[in-house]
Ligand binder design. Structure first.
Ligand code: SF4
Length: 369
């Protein structure tokens, strides 16, 4: 049963220093052509949307589309999907895009969750990251969304920025917890290849924070957000009660979803596949044969289940996994017992989950699967 649809908009106004997502800066003409193809792909699946519970428009930066193009996309989504039946309809945005006009547009077409890429409130760090907004833009964006009637707001943040001090992190935390929002995603800065950040690092122009400082910062993020009433429900995600991301839960619970748009991924009809990760070739392919899939790939289902499931702080029900895959997890992965004895994992009421200590060493634990 298909309950989640992801729609990719691969355009940004500016490329951030650290970003390795599929995105580009494009002309208006290219954006228009892309939209035609995206809508064609949306229509191709029109008989599969009956059970949808969530739609997520991500990117790139969907809010960087000119407002008339964004409205055209929303009109088409409404044409093929019964928006009233959705529990969650999300869109990713940048703060300086959210005018009152755009916020009202979101509300008019049933978007009920808006994710804002903020990353930090510190002007110097914003500049280094290549972000074009200010703290005032964030406050205005939140204000405009609330005025339009949208209260389910997520803010994306990054910690362990280049040369970020603990004092600067504390200031960021103070700013973000004081906003009237329901959800915070707080990731550490990752050095991804083929990014400007990676280039600067490879040229010894910058250094990344030590693992010890990063761990201290992560602990500070968790403690502060929990103290302010945010439930830590996934490694990097925190929400007010009842505001966990329903769409992302589908990924973490290894359930089926369909991705449309250039570079999108799907887990659908028991196979994993991805669309062509190039706007021009994606558009060409859809126009010529209506088929933009670049590759179907095999994944090890048990491995996926464990890696995705352990990201959730509630953990993985080992009885469920044992019977689903006809295995004995503790026999198959004897390291699990070592991790339990070292207090990195805990097994309680049949749920295997990270301890706080384990969260800091997640990669080591994931590496056994
Ligand atoms: S706005 Fe988002 S998607 Fe676009 S370059 Fe920056 S981080 Fe990447």
């Amino acid at each position: 049963m298909l309950t989640a649809l992801y729609i990719h908009v691969p355009f940004c106004d500016k490329v951030c220093t650290y970003c390795d997502f599929h995105k580009e800066i494009a002309s208006l003409d290219k954006k228009k052509k892309y939209l035609v193809s995206l809508i064609k792909e949306l229509e191709n699946h029109k008989f599969e949307y009956n059970d949808l519970k969530t739609v997520y428009i991500g990117g790139g930066t969907p809010s960087s589309l000119p407002i008339n193009l964004l409205e055209e996309l929303l009109i088409q989504i409404k044409k093929y999907i019964n928006i009233k039946k959705l529990t969650e309809f999300s869109i990713e945005t940048n703060p300086n895009d959210i005018s009152i006009e755009m916020a009202n547009l979101f509300n008019k077409y049933g978007i009920n969750r808006v994710s804002i890429g903020v990353q930090t409130f510190n002007d110097n760090h914003l500049l280094f990251l290549g972000r074009t907004h200010s703290k005032e833009d964030v406050l205005n964006a939140v204000d405009n969304l609330l005025k339009s009637g949208i209260t389910n707001i997520n803010i994306d943040m990054i910690f362990s920025l280049v040369n970020q001090t603990m004092e600067e992190l504390v200031l960021d935390l103070e700013e973000v917890v004081n906003l009237p929002i329901k959800h915070i995603s707080y990731y550490s800065l990752i050095l991804e290849e083929k990014t400007k950040l990676h280039y600067l690092y490879s040229q010894n122009k910058i250094s990344m924070n030590s693992e010890d400082l990063e761990a201290l910062m992560y602990n500070r993020v968790i403690d502060t957000l929990k103290n302010k009433g945010f439930n830590h429900y996934e490694i990097s995600n925190f929400s007010k009660k009842g505001y966990e991301s329903i769409h992302n839960m589908i990924y973490w619970q290894n359930k089926q979803y369909l991705g449309i748009g250039s570079g999108s991924h799907s887990l659908y009809k028991d196979s994993r596949f991805s669309n062509i990760r190039n706007v021009r070739r994606y558009t060409k392919s859809l126009n010529e044969d209506g088929y933009p899939i670049s590759e179907a790939y095999e994944v090890e289902p048990l491995r996926e289940e464990m890696i995705m499931g352990l990201r959730l702080l509630a953990g993985v029900n080992i009885n469920f996994v044992n019977s689903k895959y006809n295995v004995d997890l503790l026999e198959l992965y004897p390291e699990i017992n070592d991790f339990i004895s070292k207090e990195l994992l805990v097994l309680e009421n049949d749920y295997l989950r990270f301890t706080r200590k384990g969260l800091l060493l997640g990669n080591i634990i994931f590496s056994i699967f």
